[in-house]
Design a protein around this ligand. Sequence first.
Ligand SMILES: O=C(O)C1=C[C@@H](OP(=O)(O)O)[C@@H](O)[C@H](O)C1
Ligand SMILES: C=C(OP(=O)(O)O)C(=O)O
Length: 441
Amino acid sequence: MTDTLWPAPVATGAVDATVTVPGSKSVTNRALILAALAGEPSWVRRPLRSRDSQLMADGLRALGVGIEEQVNNSAGGTGGGEAWRIIPAPRLSGPARIDVGNAGTVMRFLPPLAVLADGAVHFDGDPRSHERPQHGVIDSLRALGARIEDGGRGGFPLTVHGTGALDGGVVELDASASSQFVSALLLSGARYNQGVEVRNTGGPVPSLPHIRMTVDMLRLAGVQVDAPEDGGEPDVWRVTPGALLGRDLVVEPDLSNAAPFFGAALVTAGQVTVRDWPRHTTQPGDQLREIFGQMGGRAEFTDEGLSFTGTGAVHGIEVDLHDVGELAPVIAAVAALADSESHLYGIAHLRMHETDRLAALAKEINELGGDVSETADGLRIRPRPLHGGVFHTYEDHRLATAAAVLGLVVPGVEVENIATTAKTLPDFPEMWTDLLGRAAG
Ligand SMILES: O=C(O)C1=C[C@@H](OP(=O)(O)O)[C@@H](O)[C@H](O)C1
Ligand SMILES: C=C(OP(=O)(O)O)C(=O)O
């Protein structure tokens, strides 16, 4: 029920908690794709189990990939507990129907894999999937030799007519709307006859750490990749054709989903430790240490993970979020509670995310009494005393978690459809209640 209202709990004091954040959506869904393309079985341990990863797993299963859910404490050393065992199909095959939901990773990463299946693979998803940009994937796959029917829409619903193989080669595209166009082609590219060379001819590509994640995970699967940041040509990524190795991989916690929990520490002058924070990672959420640090908190590695402490001060910030747009909604919520103005920029592409995030954040914070204006590529946020009210979430998990942060210190915030957090963080309401514990009102 999308019209259900969740009364956001108010913190009566400083939060003080240690939190286990579920696995990264981006790592889990890449690991599933790479395991499906490998020449041998893989383990994906501590996977994210959420709507987006379930959609990815179901899509791969529809093409013949075996994904067994196991609780296994003995196999393969580290990361016992929950795991997925992935058995690649001897031959990916259609006909199949795949639901992409509103998952960018599923929308963009699966069609390039479906071209390797034998048969017709039909894709459709939530109404929003019909609006999110997909041209970078469809046009590129066509240029590389694929047959795709999309009724001239340039997006979903669409049918990939797989023939079991793709020529591949060099392709030019405009990836300024989404880094996922580039990641999508690279992830399956090693299985194309000539591999793939992706050349961005558009404006700057957003979310570059996510492309780095793709490149690193491909290399760990034995694929040779040339990338700009390793001295290669700017805006060009090249994947050499070849087999992929099966892997045994432990998924890192989703650091972008740590944002509301650290946000809680910041706005209540409390302390939150997120367990198992990796010391080295390509996840954009790692930049929370720096960004929330500038906003007044203090991050420190401990034996358990990363501990973040609010000092009582919450400062405004001027920050380019082009690389880390996923973090913008929670940063905007914290900024609305700060002691000075903020300017978040470099995030025009957020207009085509789960919803138009710039418009939605401005409207919803303003309806609570805030003063947020949209710029061409971001938000200006001038803190004002806020009051309670309904916060609409537009089927966007990050709008919902941002609203929960506001609700900690603004009594009477009611969050519409908190269940939308199931996209990447299914247990969010319970985790939030646990976080507050005695600090809840
Ligand atoms: O590749 C990925 O896993 C992602 C890339 C980013 O997409 P955009 O480049 O479209 O922002 C990010 O916002 C999204 O949540 C996940
Ligand atoms: C933009 C996001 O998701 P998606 O993978 O659907 O693009 C996000 O999680 O913030």
